[in-house]
Design a protein around this ligand. Sequence first.
Ligand code: PEP
Ligand code: MG
Length: 328
Amino acid sequence: EEENYRAELSEPATSVDGLEIELLANIELATEMNGAIANGARGVGLYRTEFLFLACDPALPTEETHYDTYCQIAKQVGDDIVTIRTLDLGGEKFFNRAFVREKEVNPVMGVRGVRLCLIRKDIFRTQLRAILRAAKEYKNIRIMFPLISGVREWRVTRDFLNEVMDELRAEGIPFEENPTLGVMIEVPSAAMVADLLAEEVSFFSIGTNDLIQYFLAIDRANDDVSYLYDPLHPGFVRLLSSVIEAANKKGIDVSCCGEMASSPLYACLLILLGLRKLSMNPSSLPIIHHMIRVMDFKKLSTLISDPAGGPTGDHTREAFLKAFRQLL
Ligand code: PEP
Ligand code: MG
């Protein structure tokens, strides 16, 4: 079966009823890009730059290391987009030994993502300079910021980016003056003000891994509570729906780069909610591509008219499975 899915990969990911879905890859290393393209990726929806820091541990990557890596990826991807996410260390994610910090009682809600970058501006500056320089060479590069909690934090981050641009300008170094900027929607407060954020950024990528963790109050690394980790929780589906609606209403680009996008059932849900762009680990691309090509989303939407309508996630899960038995 897997081989059959592969044979179709050169065909577009268009559903039976004509919906065109864009499939992109989440990557952690530049060396993954060839395999991702072979699996049908039309660009990079999430490049997790944490792994660049791991590779250089215990030193920090230099501006040239950043720059060379970003150019290498953008070159392989050609005309499709490459979404470079700025450093998202902290929380449950490993640390580079160059910036071990004091132990936090609640690291997942502590200094991680953009919060860490705004404390360690030296590290942030180096990375932003490299991305801005690479984006001048490769117009397909766009910049994404993790763990933004709302408009205030976004503006502080953007102001720092502007400072870095001023520095490059003063030094006479060529860089992209008009980079495409977006944010991860992975903190519930950001999701709740998605309409306001949509006024200030060019794209959203919904990080369901963290968004579920924070929204349902379930540590994503704690097995004892993992049974509560339900992407179909009606409250969560409502939240997702409002984020996608806010982005679509404003006309900004929106995608999902959390694990949800790589599950056929959840990918169907995201598409029903209005998402047209999914980014996932490269190995999941063939099955999702196949699922889209055999699905009639118009019919599915008549069978699942309100994906947040049931009292529990299990109710919704049953409804999807029943619909699939009917349609496939
Ligand atoms: C997410 O939180 O859904 C996400 C894609 O980011 P990460 O898994 O790297 O935290
Ligand atoms: Mg995340």
